[in-house]
Write a protein that binds this ligand. Structure first.
Ligand code: ATP
Length: 736
């Protein structure tokens, strides 16, 4: 109650007590009161009134204060409750609780599955649904075998328990006997008393029991926490929090790869046939259920009718998101049939480091007959590249790792002191410079002279192939062996790298001859200890003779654009059979290749070791220096004493001068005259009249005129150019 305003009430009330103080809320005017009205009130003195009003004011102030505080607190609570951090923390707490519950549920399901053969049951149902009789029979048989195995285990159980009990009792008896023996020994040898040994052992046992008793209570107290933690971990792997509980962290959470998660990831691709199939409540048919395989999980799935594995492989990145993995961690490939999906999913982060360090970086040598280190399969198994009696072709889009792979192979070969290395790089590419001291021949550059040198060298190599053939006959062996290779009889292993091979093969002047020689060398060389490694981008029939690709039993395919290049590298029919480098993603899969011929498998996916050639991180030079030290004892670098072959050159104008008489000759008839004049000079062999005209115009400035349908090559013009060239040479000699 508050009294605030005053109104005179009656004269009799006296001056002191005659005031009536109305009771009303502060700040409100009191209604006018007539004399006749009865007013409820209390008579108080002014002093009392002042006292009371001051009390009231204080109370009001206090009330106001409380009200304000309440508003502030209310606002604060609202701010905190609706703040992003609180929401996230709240979600995290609920999510953790839910995950733990899901973990317990998962244990339950797994126990139920294990006791009822759930995996087999589901697959049988799936096989029935898809009408796959073969799979049905297979899974039914597998279930029967599993039931039988379990039955046998149950029968064995009493025997096992009895055996365990016997072992325990026996061990106990053995320990007692040992203590007694030690006691007796101590007693009789005079080193102590029998009883001391026994009491010592008893004290030790007592101590152990006391320790267990002390640790028992904390252990029991902590046990529920451990169980909850384990359930939480299980829930993280198997459960899935509702979307509204997802926090930013979830995106990075690990996900166990099993039949359920694979099916969910496939479903998320929204491929109509898969969606329709799963909508019927049918499980996907797993020909191989998801199981740990190396550093990942492997599964084979028969896809619903109408979906090819290739379709999934093409959407690898989308598929990977459903499995909480990077695209490069998920490897869907075509299985035995177009509709069978073979998928391998790496453990999270397992492939992040690539193949890891090259194993021979700082020590070790190689026997090329056993293979050279090449990389690691996705499953994490180190892989050796077999080299002897083989040739290798490497290909892929630019920048995906071809040169690096060739370096790794050649570095391995360099570390065998019996091996000879020849490297040809028909391009301005310094990637192989560090190998130079270890090579018997090294040619680098895209100029015509360099290509001519490569041709001369291959001609020489061709002769060596023949020579080695004769040696094999002399030693009566079908192919070079380690023993013979080490004997210095001219049958040592010889590794020839032709980098950017298409540049040499498609060279307008020397390409044809280079291609022909290559075919012969790869065909005949392998039994004779010669391994050719050709590296190219996308082999086509023009850039790589089919006889070369056919004779390369090692194929290394980095990301390629189409099935033609794929099959040229991995063998005829590889694409159709699901061995596809087309499914490698350029950039993402840099350094990863599909290889054929390395293991018993038709193909393997390999992360290739990487050897840097950067100036500030040159890893090749130390290897080459080590390789040179290894061969020091044997003398020189194998093959280095071989003379550099002389390059045969011919002058077209001089040859024309010789073959042309006085009259002009039709250009189409001239190549035959040239070929007759210099039968060993291969560039004249396939020369056409048109090519001759182009050559004369481009290289000698002689334009053959067209008269009707004929192009007469005028000997006078040819001889004029020859004369002016000779005088120009003379002038040049005089000035120098
Ligand atoms: N095995 C690997 N591991 C990691 N990174 C690699 C690997 N191979 C290649 N790379 C990376 O890719 C880059 C290009 O490699 P490389 O020069 O071997 O490609 P390329 O296919 O030969 O290209 P080009 O056709 O343009 O010569 C390298 O500099 C390196 O950064």
């Amino acid at each position: 109650m508050t009294t605030d305003d005053t109104t005179p009430q009656s004269a009799e009330a006296g001056e002191e007590l005659a005031r009536v103080h109305y009771l009303r809320p502060e700040g409100q005017d009191m209604p006018a009161v007539s004399d006749a009205e009865v007013v409820e009130g209390e008579l108080i003195s002014d002093e009392e009134y002042r006292y009371r009003t001051s009390q009231k004011a204080q109370a009001i102030a206090r009330y106001k204060g409380y009200a304000h505080d309440a508003v502030v607190v209310g606002r604060a609570v609202k701010t905190v409750a609706t703040h992003q951090h609180t929401k996230t923390a709240g979600k995290a707490v609920i999510s953790a609780g839910l995950t733990t519950v899901q973990g317990v549920e998962s244990w339950g399901k797994r126990a139920w599955d294990a006791s009822t053969m759930g995996v087999y049951r589901r697959q049988i149902k799936a096989a029935e649904a898809s009408g796959d009789r073969e799979a049905l029979a297979d899974w039914t048989e597998r279930r029967e075998q599993a039931v039988e195995r379990r039955h046998k285990r149950m029968l064995d159980l009493p025997g096992l328990a009895w055996g365990t009990a016997k072992v325990l009792v026996g061990s106990l008896a053995g320990c007692v006997a040992l203590v007694l023996l030690v006691g007796l020994f101590v007693q009789f040898s005079g080193t102590g008393a029998f009883i001391d040994v026994v009491t010592g052992v008893l004290s030790a046992i007592r101590w152990v029991f006391t320790a267990i008793a002390i640790a028992w209570t904390p252990f029991l107290m902590a046990l529920p926490a451990f169980v909850l933690l384990a359930a939480y971990r299980e829930g993280r792997k198997r459960g899935q929090a509702p979307a509204w509980l997802a926090t930013a962290r979830e995106a990075d959470a690990d996900m166990a790869i099993d039949e359920t998660t694979i099916a969910k990831a496939l479903e998320a691709l929204r491929i109509p046939q898969i969606s329709a199939y799963l909508k019927q409540g049918l499980p996907l048919q797993f020909l191989t259920p998801a199981r740990i395989d190396g550093r990942g999980t492997h599964a084979v799935i028969r896809l619903p009718a109408g979906v090819t594995a290739e379709k999934i492989a093409r959407r690898r990145a989308d598929f990977a998101t459903g499995l909480h993995r990077l695209a490069k961690e998920v490897w869907p490939t075509t299985g035995a049939e177009a509709g069978i999906l073979d998928v391998w999913v790496a453990d999270k982060g397992a492939l992040a480091e690539g193949a890891g360090e090259y194993p021979l970086l700082s020590e070790g040598a190689v026997d090329v007959f056993k293979g050279v280190p090449f990389g690691k399969t996705l499953r994490g198994t180190p892989l050796l590249a077999p080299l002897m009696e083989r040739n290798t072709i490497t290909g892929g889009m630019p920048g995906q790792g071809k040169s690096s792979a060739a370096r790794v192979l050649m570095a391995g070969a360099a570390l065998d002191p019996t091996a000879e290395l020849r490297i040809y790089v028909p391009d301005a590419n310094f990637d192989f410079e560090a190998f130079k001291p270890r090579c018997s021949r090294y040619i680098m550059g895209a100029e015509d002279e360099r290509i001519a040198e490569i041709l001369a060298d291959l001609t020489d190599l061709h002769a060596e192939v023949q020579r080695r053939g004769e040696l094999l006959i002399r030693y009566e062996i079908p192919s070079v062996t380690r023993e013979l290779a080490s004997k210095n009889v001219g049958l040592h292993p010889l590794f020839v790298l032709l980098e950017e091979a298409h540049v040499a093969i498609q060279h307008p002047k020397y390409g044809g001859e280079i291609a022909k020689l290559l075919v012969d060398i790869v065909r005949l060389g392998r039994k004779r200890g010669i391994h050719v490694l050709v590296s190219t981008q996308a082999p086509t029939k023009d850039s790589m003779p089919r006889d070369v690709t056919r004779n390369c039993s090692n194929g290394i395919a980095f990301a390629v654009g189409d099935h033609v290049a794929n099959d040229a590298l991995l063998g005829q029919g590889a694409y159709a059979a699901g061995h596809r480098a087309t499914e490698l993603i350029p950039g993402t899969d840099k350094g990863t290749a599909v290889v054929k011929g390395f293991t018993g498998e038709r193909s393997d996916i390999v992360q290739v070791y990487f050897l840097d050639v950067a100036k500030d991180h040159d890893q090749i030079t130390p290897i080459i220096e080590r390789a040179l030290r290894l061969i020091e004892e044997r003398g020189a670098v194998p093959g280095a004493d071989r003379p550099v072959p002389e390059i045969e050159t011919r002058d077209l104008l001089e040859d024309l001068d010789a073959v042309l008489g006085k009259q002009p000759v039709n250009a189409a008839d001239v190549p035959a005259l040239l070929a007759q004049y210099a039968p060993d000079w291969t560039p004249y062999q396939g020369l056409s009249g048109k090519a001759l005209r182009e050559l004369l115009a481009a290289e000698h400035g002689i334009k053959v005129p067209s008269t009707g349908n004929r192009y007469p090559v005028d000997p006078v013009t040819v001889r004029e150019v020859l004369t002016s060239r000779a005088t120009a040479d003379l002038d040049e000699d005089e000035t120098t």
